[in-house]
Design a protein around this ligand. Sequence first.
Ligand code: LLP
Length: 432
Amino acid sequence: MSHASHLPQALPGHPHIARQGATLMIESLPAAELARRFGTPLYVYSRAAIEQAARAYSDAAGDRPIALRYAVKANSSLAILQLLARLGWGFDVVSGGELARVLAAGASADKVVFSGVGKTDAEIAAALRAGVQCINVESLSEVQRVNRVAGETGVSAPVSLRINPDVDPRTHPYISTGLRNNKFGIAQSQARQAYAQCAQLPHLRVLGIDVHIGSQITEIGPYLDALDRVLDLVHDIERDGVRLHHLDLGGGLGIRYADETPPTPAQWIEALSERLQARGQGHRQVLLEPGRSVVGNAGVLLCEVVTLKSSLEKHFAVVDAAMNDLMRPALYEAWQRIEPAQARDGAQALRYDIVGPVCESGDWLGRDRMLDVREGDVLAILSAGAYGMAMASNYNTRPRAAEVLVDGERAQLIRERESLQDLMRGERPLEN
Ligand code: LLP
């Protein structure tokens, strides 16, 4: 490997994460230095990268009637929610917990939509009391439930019905949500009946229609198919006398993990707007719920190589991050790029599986990666800003990682590393 150039070379698809000679930089700070200063495993986010991704959406929306609702599940850390709230974004939440987080981050409730397939009475009541913009209702039974809870709470519930458009998003089966056999949404064939039912119920105020077809979508086609089906339904529903104010088209835009070339937010928004125009619906208020494409490539997970070991068949780099810190490889066999924080000359490069210390063979973070590493080196797992920390657990009684936000030459700790005390809090010894 030669490091002739000392100008920072941004990694493709990862603005603000660059190689400067042998050194991996997050904005103006070397990743290895952050690892030393804050310890590992460590999530590090580039503030500029998040802001750039968020601006790509708001610039593309321009003065069109498009409202941006960040999908909190992708990364729910308070400082990141604050950043987006300051940029004027609203939020898509899927639990009472996420609702509490966005309110704590200073979001205005009237820019919050509440999605999810199994909302409890308590969560619905909390959302109504907070004054959310809309509850995205996912079944005929939930229509009744929201009406009842709204009656008990003494408010009229703003609702949108989530329709399952039966469109194949052509992504991983675990993150497809808009196929007929998925648990999400109301079947298209039941949609008119569901809206008719809403119109009869005293405590509901119908605002719109909602779809979300899946995640890590890398083509425009499935979105346009879903939009067409939504517009067909809108036509029928309005002919039945129900007026719809907004279309919530969900999230799902993919990012570049390896060599994917997903549409940009601008291309996505442009294509949706064109189709709406073409069908005489350009005036409709549209909500979008992007998550991954806002934060995914703004974050890395730093870890330290604890042990190098070789079996007859394989070389393993055992690192101090594991499936509990970053679950995507174990759960979806996801591929995320792995880079040394400080590159060596390549003379001792071997093909490694990068694995964690958790007692499961599924605990791997990368497979068959050519790396020249020694024990004590720091590795960066890229594209870890979305569905990384947000999906972390305490399996094997491992405290969750710390999180740092880099802003130019400044690094701010935005979440302390969990302590063992944190982990045991609330547990009680046997009584007899
Ligand atoms: N809206 C709804 C209703 C959703 O269910 C989701 C994601 C989103 C918006 C945001 O989708 P995004 O823009 O982030 O693709 N853990 C998986 C992804 C699960 C996505 C679930 N729903 C992963 O790591 O790939």
